[in-house]
Write a protein that binds this ligand. Structure first.
Ligand code: G3P
Ligand code: MG
Length: 250
């Protein structure tokens, strides 16, 4: 398959990881604002479900690393989660920054014409519920928009639930390594892209993905020589922490 047979791709090449990488508290609105102030137009982030069904951003299953809360985030109601400080752990200037709901982020992205790669990050055992909830919310929040978030996940169960809930939303399979059946997995989930740990990509794997009609993205690339290698290979996107180092012009 020639490159022209790849699916249309409405996203920029450069994607800021968790909002602004490590410069601001990850997955908070402060991080997205900082990333945008450096010129970034697309952001990766991690979405999960509260105990009472509110979608919000958090990378870990538990609250300790990136907030002043304790325990498993998915076991707690949004009324409690919304009171937490998700900024002080990072640095004093961000003390009091709250956790961010997907709904709030959607309004901010739409108001500022910014794109998202929404990683579905289910708590333990919540793969299907989270995949379905994210797809339903994105279909509602971005209804009628010309460009909608790219949904991605390491969880094939979550991606499958998203596919069944809102088949038209674009999906990407996240992979830390390429198993023998990686192309079959991506095709079965009707994905547009594979987002892989950057060392997975070489001429052979990029060629195989493109021949299968799949875009190729990398996480998390913080090194200029590695970014150059991935661009020379003809890959389709890079997720990075280094929003103050790389130029997101592309
Ligand atoms: O979505 C790409 C990347 O964020 C996946 O790894 O652990 O940073 O969510 P992680
Ligand atoms: Mg992520």
């Amino acid at each position: 398959m020639s490159p022209s047979a790849l699916p249309a791709w409405p996203y920029p090449f450069w994607i800021a990881h968790r909002g602004a990488g490590k410069l601001a508290p990850e997955n908070t609105l402060a991080a997205f604002r900082l990333g945008a102030s450096h010129g970034w137009r697309m952001f990766e982030c991690d979405a999960k479900l509260s105990q009472d069904g509110v979608l919000f951003l958090l990378h870990d299953d538990s609250l300790e690393r990136t907030s002043n809360g304790q325990g498993m985030a998915g076991d707690q109601a949004w009324a409690a989660l919304s009171q937490l400080d998700a900024g002080a752990w990072h640095s004093r200037r961000y003390a009091g920054e709250p956790l961010l709901t997907l709904e709030r982020l959607a309004h901010w992205c739409l108001a500022n014409h910014l794109r998202l790669n929404l990683e579905i990050k289910p708590g333990t055992g919540a793969d299907v519920a989270t995949g379905a909830a994210v797809a339903q919310a994105v279909a509602r929040l971005w209804q009628g928009q010309p460009v909608v978030p790219l949904l991605s996940s390491f969880s094939s169960a979550a991606l499958d639930a998203a596919r069944r809930t809102a088949p038209a939303l674009p999906r990407a399979l996240l992979l830390e390594a390429l198993p023998p059946d990686w192309l079959t997995q991506a095709r079965t989930l009707d994905c547009m892209a594979v987002v892989a740990e950057h060392r997975c990509w070489n001429a052979e794997t990029v060629g195989a993905a493109h021949a299968a009609g799949l875009r190729t993205l990398s996480y998390t690339v913080n090194d200029a020589a590695e970014a150059d290698r991935l661009m020379a290979l003809g890959t389709d996107g890079i997720i990075t922490d280094r929003v103050d180092f790389f130029s997101p012009a592309a």
